[in-house]
Design a protein around this ligand. Structure first.
Ligand code: MG
Length: 301
């Protein structure tokens, strides 16, 4: 209770005023990349500096999902429900098959290693879209310190069938979270460039998806204050819920900040889950929080 901040009347329809913030996990060093599995009713996330992935099951609690996760960061599921992960340590994007084996979806661009894939989404055509800032190679804390082999930080599209990796846009400083609008006509991409440059961007941009291969017409959708946008998701009505320093900020499709969910720790990323996709799960520094909303997540599955 008392965890909401209202900026616009439209926020009242998005949330339940009597829903409260729950802490479902703690003891992380930096929790990231939550992804919900409806078939098993569990949540998976990354604990990057601890080089592990965790799992939470209602009524059971938290358990280790994967040790030695290659400093995995962002996670999602593909259209067949398989886990897709960004790995800092190995500088690649992988898919976990049903039998547990790992398939590499992308680990280079024209023969040069990726920086450190950060966050990933899968489009309805099966293509895998991911961001590639250098956070995982800047130090040994969230990966392995190394030099970049690329001349920038790109957003890529990988085709799992052909192993082709193409640049979607080169027009970002440090691309971070990303997600499609419910109809996939818009791709939203966070730029967290302020993390290493006080004058750098801390905004989410919107791009037209066009032919589904590249994006164009980039414009600033929202400036995030305080803090920066790391990860975000959209609900079925096109409202965008993003991480920020003081919690989660909810933006209307027109870019208006309608309200906030305030959290004790800085949120890194979030996802909708639960059988009705109305439960918001937030990875936040050392903890994972959840809260029931009056909105439903747009991502599928
Ligand atoms: Mg991120």
């Amino acid at each position: 209770m008392g965890c909401y901040e209202f900026h616009d009347d439209r926020f009242r329809d998005r949330i339940h005023r009597n829903a409260f913030l729950e802490t479902i996990a703690d003891g992380m060093l930096w929790a990231e990349g939550p992804v919900y599995f409806g078939d098993g009713n569990y949540l998976i996330w990354s604990d990057i500096p601890n080089n592990r992935m965790m799992r939470w099951l209602p009524g059971t609690g938290v358990e280790l999902f994967r040790a030695d996760s290659n400093y995995a960061n962002g996670n999602t599921r593909d259209r067949q429900g398989r886990l897709v992960s960004c790995e800092h340590g190995t500088r690649r994007v992988t898919r976990t098959e049903y039998d547990g084996t790992i398939t590499v979806l992308a680990d280079n661009y024209r023969g040069r290693k990726l920086n450190s894939p950060n966050d990933v989404v899968v489009k309805s055509d099966g293509s895998v879209w991911f961001t590639d800032p250098p956070y995982g190679i800047l130090s040994d804390y969230e990966g392995n310190r190394a030099e970049s082999e690329l001349d920038g930080c790109y957003v890529f599209r990988a085709d799992p069938d052909t192993a082709q990796v193409d640049i979607v846009t080169d027009d970002m400083v440090k691309p971070n979270g990303l997600a499609f609008s419910p109809d996939e006509s818009i791709l939203y991409i966070a730029d967290s460039g302020v993390s290493h440059d006080p004058d750098g961007p801390h905004h989410i941009r919107a791009f037209d998806v066009g032919d589904g291969q590249k994006v164009d017409n980039g414009r600033v959708f929202a400036e995030i204050n305080p803090g920066l946008p790391d990860g975000f998701r959209l609900d079925t009505d096109g409202y965008l819920w993003t991480s920020a320093r003081d919690g989660v900020h909810c933006y209307a499709p027109d870019g208006t900040l309608v309200g906030k969910i305030l959290t004790p720790e800085r949120v890194s990323n979030l996802t909708f889950g639960g059988p009705k996709k109305n439960r918001l799960f937030m990875t936040a520094t050392t903890s994972v929080y959840s809260i029931y909303t009056n909105s439903r997540g747009a991502q599928s599955p």
